[in-house]
Ligand binder design. Sequence first.
Ligand code: PLP
Length: 362
Amino acid sequence: MFHFYTALSRWICLALLFEGRKRGSEAFVHPFKSQQHQSDIRIGEQQYFGRESRLFVVSDLESNGDDITGNATDTILSRRQSEGFSISSPGEATQRLGASAGPTVWTEFGRIAQEYDPVNLGQGFPDWLPPKFAVDSLVEAVLDSAQSPHQYTRPAGHPNLVNQLARRYSIHLKKDIDPMEEVAVTVGASQALYLSLQTLVQPGDEVILFEPFFDLYVNQVKLAGGTPVYVPLKFHPYDDNDDTVSGGEWKLDRDELMKVVSPKTKAIILNSPHNPTGKIFSRSEMEVIAESLDLAGPECVVLSDEVYKFIIHAPPKEINAGDSPLCPGHTHFASLPGMWDRTITISSAGKTFSATGWQVGW
Ligand SMILES: Cc1ncc(COP(=O)(O)O)c(C=O)c1O
């Protein structure tokens, strides 16, 4: 069922983004499964390895519909531990997680929320349907047997989807983007982050995270063997005498960033608009990040997580210089001078279409 829904989810997006009508289908890569396939897992007295360990992981995820990337390990471990099993020889990736291999806010609060039905502040997703055009497109795509939507396709993404993404992002970034070489489709933004970190980071490398940060990042950095290095965003309360205005702004402090960037820095994770504060990084803050890359050495890249780019609550009335032409108020880090080659831009359909379960990312 999991495979079915994943393939289905890709097609939802294809349906939304179709321009051309070419034959084909969509495959997906499951990094966690293939990783487990290589390693042995010992649970209590039972040892699972090779094919069996793979089956164990798959069935665990399938039956519970869990998040498959950063949280898969802790989901499985915490469930087994709560069932009284102990892991006597965790794999290398599990060991890298160390004490944080326990339940996360996603796994724990999600479970409790299902049980007690409270207002869940641990994890947010829309409790309304995606827009009608999206649901209608989904139904149409699923039933369109001529498009063969239920079968494998090009591993880096269905040609129609990558073409459409390249077309959109060529406008966003004011640059011609090659759909076959510069775009890859993933299982949500989560897998795009996971694969980027796995590809870039080696043990001993440092990855900079701006605090507070979306909780997925830290374990994904550790799984890749990297060391998270934290740069706190500073909260500046509004300083005025108007009783009707409250709150403040989170700001990036240049010195805090510059003092930790070094040749060991392999990646900086930027998330704007930002979860959890709602902060939108200003262009001058992004310029500071770009400048910091000079201290980091030529291989350091910025992973720019832009899943909320269409959710800007007070967008400017007019597009400012540097804003994306398609989302006022949002600056793509990759559009800064010289930053195209230093950026992996990550996004997904979930937030934009109020459909977080579809897990279509790029
Ligand atoms: C900042 C941020 N990035 C990435 C994701 C994950 O996106 P996806 O559901 O497409 O994997 C989330 C989900 O909440 C998020 O808040």
